[in-house]
Ligand binder design. Structure first.
Ligand code: NAP
Ligand code: F7E
Length: 321
């Protein structure tokens, strides 16, 4: 029997890789897609799967649309990836972020509870929930302390998922994923902003790159590896919470050095610090402990940061050329 999956946020970085993974496993893949006036299918097209997925018109903040999508797709597994996911924007649009990133998850949980309670549910939780870190290495037991409207909205979605698991017996999991990147990353996020600029500078189209706090540290992995962890969670006998990370942390500064050096440039000749990119509150450092995911899911990050950055710079060099 062909399995059916519903992915909210299918047009995003993770949605595209997850759709590719599930199609490869023989799933019928459905995606909830909000109407946009501009093209948002570029990632699915880059992976060559735009015509292989079935798109359902709807916004995750609209319960009626979510109910209809669940009914129409009759899913065995539901992956809730839809979000206003850019931390910087969450201070400019805190209520929209709450509606989409927070209440949107509750809408999907309600739809599962009401019409598809046997479906396995995955919630895209985040290391941003740790924010002002309460332990040097963060794991599933580390207390949360979000530092942005995005982190606070995700925390609501996270606890709603745990609550629905405990209250209604749903097979509901949260993946507390640390930063993960790829050539399909949105250009507003720092890694892709850097690799895109490196390609433009190398091609003589740009001279400088303006950044904010380059002393911030992140635990960066490859999105292609991380969607495997999402799928492994829905294959377990019961729902649970898992940290997904590499277990190493690196400054934005060092990430810049690697990216510029990949094409023979020195980042210090091009990076300019610009106060407009500093945030009202910063998450200074994140470092995950993925031991539980390794032990119970058999999952381990397999792409080192320099290989990831090289992959991203090479893709942007091709695009800019
Ligand atoms: P992304 O590229 O920003 O993708 C977000 C997706 O959500 C897009 O398809 C977007 O569609 C969709 N979306 C936005 N508003 C929506 C709405 N109102 N209704 C339905 N869909 C909506 O994010 P990502 O990097 O793939 O991340 C996937 C999920 O994991 C997100 O929930 C994110 O918060 C979370 N997460 C990401 C990371 C990371 O490092 N990447 C780490 C931890 C957790 P449009 O493009 O049309 O707006
Ligand atoms: O920032 C610093 C910035 O925007 C990383 C999302 O996927 O991962 C992502 O959130 C760091 C921060 O990612 C610039 O201040 C410096 O310290 O790439 P980012 P993020 O905020 O960590 C988490 C896990 C998610 O869940 C989110 O959805 O880089 N930084 N200068 C900059 N960041 C940006 N964007 N732009 C700069 O110019």
């Amino acid at each position: 029997m062909t399995k059916s999956a519903l992915i909210t946020g299918i047009s995003g970085q993770d949605g595209a890789y997850l759709a590719q993974l599930l199609l490869g496993k023989g799933y019928a893949v459905h995606g909830l897609m909000p109407r946009r006036s501009s093209d948002t299918l570029w990632r699915l097209r880059e992976l060559g799967i735009a015509n292989a997925v079935q798109l359902i018109d709807g916004d995750v903040a609209d319960l009626s649309a979510v109910l209809r999508a669940v009914k129409q797709s009759n899913p065995d597994e539901i992956y809730n990836l839809a979000a206003q996911s850019f931390v910087g924007t969450s201070w400019q649009q805190p209520l929209l972020t709450a509606q989409v990133t927070g209440v949107g998850a509750a809408n999907v949980l309600e739809a599962v509870r009401l019409i598809q309670p046997a479906a396995k549910f995955y919630q895209a939780s985040t290391s941003e929930q740790f924010g002002l870190i309460q332990a040097e290495r963060q794991d599933e037991k580390t207390p949360f302390y979000p530092r942005s409207p995005y982190g606070a909205a995700k925390l609501y979605a996270h606890w709603m998922t745990v609550n629905y698991r405990e209250s209604f017996g749903l097979h509901a999991s949260t993946g507390i994923l640390f930063n993960h990147e790829s050539p399909l990353r949105g250009v507003e996020f720092v890694t892709r902003k850097v690799t895109d600029a490196v390609a433009r500078i190398k091609h003589g189209q740009q001279k400088e790159l303006r950044l904010g706090n380059i002393d911030a540290k992140r635990d960066w992995g490859f999105a292609g590896d991380y969607v495997e962890a999402m799928w492994l969670m829905t294959q377990q006998p019961q729902g649970d919470d898992y940290v997904v990370a590499t277990g190493t942390t690196t400054t934005v500064r060092e990430m810049c050095r690697i990216a510029f050096a990949h094409v023979g440039l020195n980042y210090e000749d091009h990076v300019v610090i610009d106060p407009q990119f500093f945030r009202p509150a910063e998450v200074d450092v994140l470092l995950g402990n993925p031991a539980k995911a390794q032990r119970l899911l058999g999952w381990k990050a397999s792409t080192p940061l320099d290989a990831l950055i090289a992959m991203m710079v090479d893709a942007d060099m091709r695009r800019v050329a």
